[in-house]
Design a protein around this ligand. Structure first.
Ligand SMILES: NC(=O)c1ccc[n+]([C@@H]2O[C@H](COP(=O)([O-])OP(=O)(O)OC[C@H]3O[C@@H](n4cnc5c(N)ncnc54)[C@H](O)[C@@H]3O)[C@@H](O)[C@H]2O)c1
Length: 328
C-alpha cells in the first residue's frame, strides 16, 4: 500500500511511518514541522507543507495513488486549547476538513483519524466504552469530536470511510531506541517523571493525592506507542475489507496510578528523585481507563506491550539517548 501520513514527523506519527516501512509499505509524510522533527523520519518520502494549504494537498494527493490517509497532525495541549480555542479549532477541525475535501477531490476513500479519550470528557463510568456519552470539557476534545461527527457525514455523502481511533494515554518509545517523545513543553507524565529521574528537572509534581483511587493519585490507561501503531495497521485492514466508518477505543483496559508510575520509574532507572504533592488540577478525572474490547474483537488487536515497567524502560532508554548516555 501507499499511505499518506499527515503529521508523520511527530511522536506517534514517526513511529507509524517506521512500522509501515518495516511492513513493506510506501509512505509519504506531509508535515509542517510545527511540533514535529524532520530527523524523526527514518525513511519514506517527505513533503513539507501545511494542511491548511489546499494547493499543497492537491500537489501531494495528485503525486501518487494513495490507498489511505492516516491523520496525526493536530495540536495536542489541553491547557493551551483552553487559552487559545481558535488555534485548536482552526488546526484540528478546519485543517482536517480541508484534508477531507482534498481526499474527496482526489478519490482517496480511506481515512484513519487520531482521536482521543478527551472526546468523552469526565468519565461517567470506567472502563469507558465507545457508547459512553461524548461530552468533551475543553476545546481540544471538542475539536476532535467535531471531526468525528463530520466523518459520519463524509461517509454518507462521499463514501469516504474512516476509523477514528480514540487513544487513551500514549506512552513509551521505539523499543529499538531510534524514536521517542519530543514534546515541548512536556505534558505527558512518564517523560516528566523520567526527566526528574535523569536530573534534568529538580522534582516531579503529583497533582492530587485525595482521589477516590487505591493510593489517592489519579489513574490512567497507558498504551505503548507501538501498540497504537499496530492498531492503525489493523484499522487499515478493516477498511480494506470493506469496514464502515466506526470509532474504536485504543487502550490497554487497565489503569496505573501516578504513584505507580513514579514507583516504576524508580525501579527501572535505579534512581531516586524528589516528588512534590500539589492540589488537584481542574478537569483531571480520578480515573480514565479504556474498554478496548471492540478493537480486540473487530480488529483482532490487543495491546502487547502493556507492562508498565516495559513502557517506562523504553522511554528511559530514549531519555538517556537524548542526553547522550546509555542505559546501565
Ligand atoms: N500523545 C498522546 O498522548 C495523544 C493522545 C490522544 C490522541 N493523540 C492524537 O495523536 C496525534 C499525534 O499526537 P502526537 O503526540 O504525535 O503529537 P505531535 O505534536 O508530536 O505530532 C503532531 C505532528 O503534526 C504536525 N502538524 C500539526 N499541525 C499541522 C498542520 N496544520 N499541517 C501539517 N502538519 C501539522 C506537527 O508538526 C507534528 O509533526 C494528534 O492528533 C493527537 O491529538 C495523542
Amino acid at each position: 500500500m501507499h499511505i499518506l501520513v499527515c503529521g508523520g514527523a511527530g511522536y506517534i506519527g514517526s513511529h507509524m511511518v517506521q512500522l509501515l516501512l518495516e511492513r513493506g509499505h510506501d509512505v509519504t509524510t506531509l508535515d509542517n514541522l510545527s511540533t514535529g522533527h524532520r530527523d524523526a523520519l527514518l525513511g519514506g518520502r517527505f513533503e513539507f507543507g501545511d494542511l491548511g494549504d489546499s494547493s499543497v494537498l492537491d500537489r501531494v494527493l495528485s503525486s501518487s495513488a494513495f490507498d489511505a490517509v492516516m491523520h496525526f497532525a493536530a495540536f495536542i495541549r489541553v491547557e493551551e486549547s483552553v487559552a487559545h480555542p481558535g488555534k485548536y479549532f482552526r488546526n484540528n477541525l478546519c485543517n482536517t476538513l480541508n484534508l477531507l475535501d482534498a481526499m474527496v477531490r482526489h478519490g482517496v476513500r480511506r481515512f484513519i483519524f487520531s482521536s482521543t479519550a478527551a472526546v468523552y470528557g469526565e468519565p461517567q463510568y470506567v472502563p469507558v466504552d465507545e457508547d459512553h456519552p461524548r461530552e468533551p470539557i475543553n476545546p481540544y476534545g471538542s475539536s476532535k469530536r467535531m471531526v468525528e461527527d463530520a466523518l459520519v457525514y463524509y461517509a454518507r455523502a462521499h463514501g469516504l470511510q474512516s476509523v477514528p481511533l480514540r487513544y487513551f494515554n500514549a506512552a513509551g518509545a521505539d523499543p529499538g531506541g531510534r524514536l521517542g517523545p519530543r514534546h515541548n513543553p512536556l505534558t505527558h507524565l512518564i517523560p516528566l517523571v523520567l526527566r526528574a529521574a535523569a536530573g534534568v528537572t529538580p522534582n516531579v509534581k503529583v497533582f492530587g493525592r485525595d482521589y477516590p483511587t487505591p493510593d489517592g493519585t489519579a489513574v490512567r490507561d497507558y498504551i505503548h506507542v507501538v501498540d497504537l501503531c499496530e492498531a492503525h495497521l489493523a484499522a487499515i485492514d478493516y477498511l480494506m475489507k470493506g469496514g464502515e466508518t466506526r470509532a474504536f477505543n485504543l487502550g490497554v483496559g487497565r489503569g496505573f496510578s501516578v504513584q505507580e508510575v513514579i514507583d516504576s520509574a524508580k525501579r527501572v532507572t535505579g534512581r531516586d528523585f524528589q516528588v512534590i504533592t500539589e492540589g488537584r488540577r481542574p478537569g483531571d478525572p480520578a480515573q480514565l481507563i479504556a474498554n478496548p474490547s471492540l478493537a480486540n474483537r473487530i480488529f483482532g488487536w490487543k495491546a502487547r506491550l502493556a507492562d508498565l515497567d516495559t513502557i517506562v524502560a523504553h522511554n528511559w532508554a530514549w531519555q538517556l539517548k537524548t542526553m547522550g548516555q546509555k542505559p546501565a
